[in-house]
Design a protein around this ligand. Structure first.
Ligand SMILES: [Mg+2]
Length: 182
């Protein structure tokens, strides 16, 4: 199954500190959490984050604020039982590290969570399909951004199917959508 996700994070060139994570599974399940253990003193003083990310977070009393260990356990459960998970993100290199570091090192990643994230941004380069839908939800809200990753992905794949150019991208990348439309 494909999983479309996005994280918000604070990075300083050395570390990536998870702020929030949103995941959309192809079967309709959604996950969203904010990391109560992030370095909020730094994040709240960060010019860009305090303006673009922090205002979209729910109230600190919201149950979506969780300890990092709790997010780790819930994310593992979200993927559990799927032995063909695919991760998809948008400019996803940093997102992959933020996700993977919930569990520790690369070696600590639970079985079933891939060690790499497919990038919808790469699909744009591979296919030349660069007219993408505009985001309708809140930008820089991890769950809204994850929904938009899925929307862009589905747009590109459906466009490829329409053009009968489905051989252009790796078969695994298009399988799900091809089957749903076939
Ligand atoms: Mg985002």
């Amino acid at each position: 199954m494909k999983y479309f996700y996005d994280t918000e994070f604070h990075e300083n060139g050395h570390t990536i500190d998870l702020i929030s994570i949103g995941i959309i599974a192809e079967d309709g399940r959604e996950y969203y959490a904010i990391n109560a253990n992030a370095q909020w003193r730094i994040i709240n003083q960060h010019p860009w984050l305090s303006e673009n990310v922090v205002p979209h977070l729910p109230e600190p009393s919201s149950p979506e604020w969780k300890m990092k260990w709790q997010i780790r356990d819930e994310v593992a459960a979200f993927f559990a039982g799927d032995d063909s998970a695919q991760l998809w993100a948008w400019y996803g290199a940093y997102d992959h590290v933020a996700l993977a570091q919930l569990f520790g090192t690369m070696m600590d990643l639970p079985k079933g969570i891939p060690m790499y994230t497919n990038d919808v941004r790469s699909l744009v380069d591979f296919t030349g399909i660069d007219k993408l839908p505009k985001q309708s939800g809140t930008e820089h809200h991890a769950l809204a951004d994850a929904r938009h990753v899925k929307r862009m992905h589905d747009h590109i794949v459906l466009e490829l199917v329409a053009r009968e150019h489905i051989g252009v991208v790796p078969i695994r990348a298009i399988q799900g959508v091809e089957l749903r439309n076939g």
